[in-house]
Design a protein around this ligand. Structure first.
Ligand SMILES: [Zn+2]
Ligand SMILES: [Zn+2]
Length: 119
């Protein structure tokens, strides 16, 4: 006898996306109303609209906006640029970051994205 086990997302699981939620929150995403259908389903980059390869793109996770589920993905270069902008916004307002960004998980995560985008 088989039991269909519905996948239940648990809080203990790591987030499905490649970027921690706190770091993602520091990024400014484009206006969801202006995303194309291909961007909304993760086929095209969230920022530059280029077609993403199967591998090599970064999963930004699922977002719900006005009842619609978006699967956002980005190319590494755009993500690095967004992380750079996010860091400029975040760091001046964040006490750990003004001292030493390595102390702040958000600052550290943004730095990592910037570095990954340069590879
Ligand atoms: Zn892009
Ligand atoms: Zn910080």
């Amino acid at each position: 006898m088989q039991h269909a086990t519905a996948p239940t997302p648990s809080a203990a699981e790591p987030p499905r996306g490649d970027v921690p939620a706190a770091v993602l929150a520091a990024l400014t995403l484009p206006d969801f109303d202006e995303l194309t259908a291909d961007q909304a389903r993760g086929a095209d980059c969230t920022w530059c609209r280029s077609r993403l390869p199967r591998g090599g793109a970064v999963d930004l996770g699922e977002r719900r906006h006005e009842g619609v589920l978006f699967f956002l993905r980005s190319c590494r270069r755009c993500l690095a640029a967004a992380a750079h902008r996010g860091l400029l916004d975040h760091a001046p307002m964040c006490e750990p970051c003004t001292d030493n960004a390595a102390e702040c998980p958000v600052g550290r995560g943004l730095y990592r994205l910037i570095r990954d985008g340069r590879r």
